[in-house]
Design a protein around this ligand. Structure first.
Ligand SMILES: *[C@@H]1O[C@H](CO)[C@@H](O)[C@H](O)[C@H]1NC(C)=O
Ligand SMILES: *[C@@H]1O[C@H](CO)[C@@H](O)[C@H](O)[C@H]1NC(C)=O
Length: 893
């Protein structure tokens, strides 16, 4: 499948295993047989085996780790596996002292209830995230008694996709210690015969280690084995840490005597089609490129570099044009231009002069591109036998012209009318990836993320190479009527060189003795038709081959492909259709034991009258950064801020707290201003996010500013690009979205999701507000006794995730989103013996600070958790940039 299973699913493991009460890093007496260095923190991992069995591109991988607790107290043992985002976990078991606890697959809602129950009982829960671009991470920890053994076994399956002429399997290898038996083995069986096989590891550095790797293939079978001895695992001859850390990649291809291959097992068939070697169909490409301000400077530079390379690779009979959009749309030429050497030269000059402008009008840019391609075809400006594609590249959210995602989607869908594919590239983290993905999927293309990194140029080129060489267009795969049931997708806009079309289905008659498949498509020179027939003898031979083949692999391959395609269709569906697709995908996931975005796997282990529950989970819909995931993920945030990240908040008599994780410490300061003053807490010109807070006083004003209490009584949160404003008071929550206004009460429990923003109101407690992922705020409601003579209700404001906000962010909290360094020295007793004072050097100032503590009320507004911090006196003077007056603004919006 060339179409996008987005690089965009999170795997969350909600491990509700009890994990408290373990001693720290103490050395423990060892068992006799192990080398001391193989026991780390009391735990010996004596075996890790990764076994991959691939049959006809369908990979079934098992990762097994065995460990012993050699300490004399109970210990926590962790098991981490990074697996491809395109894989589905199919099994997970835990064996403790010979007793196996199996994983059961459940509908996500059901699993979620078990998770919520565990959380409400105060058990720990871990949230595991996407790991890198291609992988997601599965982690589980379990409490193991002294002297006990534990075995973890995880199984996952995936269909390997052909990419630039090769099937590729990635294994991430990262044992954290030396392992007595470490082994990766792969057994590959391909009925067409294997034509090449390679295995590489990013960490293999010398001949000695290379001798631990063997690879071989012959006929239909291939084998890879990597078995480093303990000494070969050492990072140096005398080291006790492991050298094994990186990617282990297996690549292979099969013989292509015939472009197609059909395999049948137990009434299911799979049909592979890859007619390499045909001439390339000329293409008409319109590049629709975002040149809004946020593309400045690095992204635009990398885009230009990639375009230069792409221009060099264009074939002379291709046609092209560039559409640049910011608030206005600019075109290179008013019609498509042939890629002659002179024109390519001119195009390069044009590209090198592209400059970044203002806002983002995706709709007009896109419509201009689509209409230009349609017109070129209608007016015969381009060759008859050519194909058209639109490539949209953006790094932001539409905020000019038509900006509702649904409207842009409808406009593109109607204008393209299925005639050619649209590919969307989301550059960086501020894109609405759901929108880009829907846009592409609705128009026969796929979406791709371009990660903001030094290799972004390469990522862009890599994407282009994938679509640069169409060999066939309008591909249709046909089977005799009534012979086939439950077929997966069988029409494709394009067949690209080096990829593969895979169609699977059921035979209506399991014992059928004859099979025929036709593939039709338009080539560069003529229309082509390929027929694949299996007669009775070949069918029989195919059945005999099955002795090599594990069980029901074609049926599982069919189920995998069907679920994957249902989930893709579900992304662009609505209402009843979406419900139907969800029901079908859920049904198959449960039946075939796949952990998909609709299911979770639960392992329950009764222990000490308490159940330990581990849940393997794959949240769906959205980006690797979980944009637009349903309310549940928003709710988790309030329970479980991401570990190891900094957070910032202001609560109470405005007490500001800045957590500095690098220092494992916090800074705090107060702001003393008159009621009615509005303060700028956050302002980010790049993401368009602003947060202002208005100060209120007590019911009875104290004359002395030293003793008076002030709080935040109103918060104004705005996103200029989304045209959203949220006003929160202790009474109500007002949401303005463009022209539309909605008002919610603190008595509501409701989740609002729109335009990449999610607002979850947790009745009478808090609001969790996310802009995409990477920006999450929590507003906490503090209610006092209604008739309280002095105090009033007020609000706390917490930034629990800000990693998607730009380096230009400012404001009383926002200025701290950048790494902050400070040094504390000369700690000495203060006037109050419980509050030592010290000298702090921060932002080139030398300040006297006092040790104190503030409370974090995220979990419970009535009982805060104490946070120790260094208090900076005089309204944060010396710590805050500029003057306090710089943070006073005229109004909430
Ligand atoms: C899961 O793995 C365990 C241990 O290998 C095995 O006994 C069990 O049958 C597997 N379950 C499924 C559904 O494959
Ligand atoms: C959903 O499924 C029901 C029952 O199978 C069917 O009657 C209905 O037409 C389907 N709706 C859509 C929109 O596909």
């Amino acid at each position: 499948m060339a179409s996008a299973r987005a690089p965009c699913l999170l795997l969350a493991l909600l491990s509700c295993l009890v994990a408290s009460g373990f001693p720290g890093h103490l050395s423990r007496p060892l068992g006799k047989r192990s080398l001391p260095e193989m026991v780390v923190d009391g735990i010996e991992i004596y075996s890790t085996k990764i076994h991959c069995r691939v049959t006809s591109r369908f990979a079934h991988n098992t990762v097994t780790t065995r460990a012993t607790n050699r300490a004399d107290t109970a210990k926590e043992v962790s098991f981490d596996v990074e697996l491809p985002k395109t894989a589905f976990i199919t099994n997970f078991t835990l064996t403790i002292d010979g007793v196996t606890y199996p994983g059961n697959i459940k509908e996500k809602e059901v699993a979620q209830k078990q998770y919520d129950k565990a959380v409400s009982q105060g058990k720990t829960a871990g949230l595991v995230k996407a790991s890198g671009r291609k992988l997601e991470k599965f982690t589980v920890s379990v409490n193991v008694a002294a002297g006990s053994k534990v075995t973890f076994e995880l199984t996952y399956e995936e269909l390997l996709k052909r990419h630039k002429g090769k099937y590729e399997m990635y294994l991430k290898v990262r044992p954290k210690q030396l392992v007595k038996h470490f082994e990766i083995t792969a057994d590959i069986f391909e009925p067409q015969g294997i034509s090449s096989l390679d295995a590489q590891a990013s960490f293999i550095t010398n001949d000695l280690l290379a001798s631990a790797l063997t690879k071989s293939f012959s006929g239909k079978k291939g084998h890879v084995s990597f078995k480093p001895s303990v000494d070969q695992q050492r990072s140096c001859p005398t080291c006790t840490d492991s050298l094994l850390d990186g990617d282990f990649t297996i690549t292979y291809d099969v013989n292509r005597e015939s472009p197609a291959n059909v395999q049948i097992v137990n009434g299911y068939f799979v049909h592979f089609f890859a007619p390499d070697g045909l001439p390339v169909v000329p293409k008409n490409v319109v590049f629709v490129i975002d040149v809004s301000g946020s593309m400045y400077y690095q992204k635009l530079k990398q885009t230009k570099e990639a375009l230069f390379k792409i221009l060099e690779d264009m074939k002379e009979n291709d046609y092209l044009n560039f559409i640049l959009f910011a608030s206005k749309v600019r075109v290179w030429k008013d019609h498509l231009i042939q890629a002659t050497p002179e024109n390519i030269q001119e195009a390069k000059t044009f590209v090198s002069n592209i400059a970044a402008e203002d806002t983002t009008n995706i709709n007009d840019g896109l419509m201009r591109g689509i209409n230009m391609l349609k017109k070129a075809r209608e007016e015969h400006q381009v060759p008859e036998r050519s194909t058209s594609i639109v490539i949209l590249l953006t790094d932001g959210i539409a905020n000019e012209g038509v900006s509702r995602p649904e409207d842009i989607q409808a406009n593109a869908r109607n204008a393209i009318g299925g005639k050619f594919p649209l590919y969307s590239l989301g550059f960086g983290d501020n894109v609405d990836y759901n929108f880009l993905e829907k846009l592409a999927l609705e128009n026969n293309g796929f979406a791709r993320r371009i990660y903001e990194a030094s290799d972004a140029t390469l990522q862009l080129q890599d994407f282009y190479e994938e679509v640069a060489n169409p060999l066939l267009t309008g591909v249709e795969v046909e089977y005799p009527q009534n012979a086939i049931l439950d077929l997966t997708q069988s029409t494709y806009k394009h067949y690209y060189d080096g990829s593969e079309i895979v169609v699977a289905g059921k035979l209506a008659d399991k014992d059928m003795s004859h099979f025929k498949a036709d593939v039709k498509g338009h080539g560069a020179l003529n229309d082509l038709s390929f027929t694949e027939e299996l007669d009775a003898e070949e069918m029989e031979k195919a059945r005999q081959d099955q002795e090599y083949i594990f069980g029901d692999y074609i049926e599982r391959l069919w189920a995998y492909l069907t679920i994957e395609q249902l989930l893709d269709k579900r992304k662009k569906a609505q209402g009843e259709e979406k419900e139907n697709l969800t029901a079908q995908a859920l049904d198959l996931s449960l039946k075939y034991h796949f952990v998909t975005p609709l299911t979770s796997m639960v392992v329950t282990k009764p222990e000490d009258n308490e159940e330990q529950t581990a849940i393997a989970d794959k949240p769906g819909d959205g980006s690797p950064f979980s944009q637009n995931t349903p309310s549940s993920s928003a709710t988790w945030v309030s329970y479980q801020p991401p570990p190891q990240t900094s957070y910032y908040y202001v609560d109470g008599d405005p007490h500001f707290i800045i957590q500095v994780p690098e220092k494992d410490d916090a800074l705090c300061f107060n702001i003393d201003e008159d009621p009615g003053t509005v303060l700028r807490l956050i302002h980010d010109p790049v993401t368009g996010l602003t947060v202002h807070g208005e100060i209120i006083g007590d019911k009875v004003a104290s004359a002395d500013s030293k003793t008076r209490n002030t709080y935040f009584g109103k918060l104004g949160i705005a996103n200029d690009y989304l045209d959203v404003q949220i006003e929160v008071t202790p009474e109500k929550i007002n949401l303005r979205n463009g022209e539309a206004q909605s008002t919610f009460s603190w008595l509501d429990t409701v989740t609002v999701t729109q335009n990449g923003m999610t607002m979850a109101i947790n009745r009478k407690k808090n609001i969790v507000l996310s802009f995409g992922d990477g920006v999450t705020f929590v507003v906490v409601l503090h209610q006092v006794w209604k008739k309280h003579p002095v105090h009033r209700d007020f609000l706390g404001f917490y930034v629990v995730d800000s990693h998607r906000m730009s380096a230009q962010t400012h404001g009383l909290l926002g200025q701290f989103f950048h790494p902050l360094d400070f040094e504390v020295s000369d700690i000495r007793p203060g006037l109050d013996p419980s509050k030592p004072v010290a000298t702090m050097v921060v932002k080139n100032h030398r300040l006297k600070v006092t040790r104190g503590s503030q409370k974090d009320y995220r979990r419970d507004a009535s009982v805060g958790v104490k946070v120790a911090c260094w208090f900076v006196h005089n309204n944060g003077e010396g710590l805050l940039d500029g003057d306090l007056r710089d943070y006073i603004v005229p109004a909430l919006f």
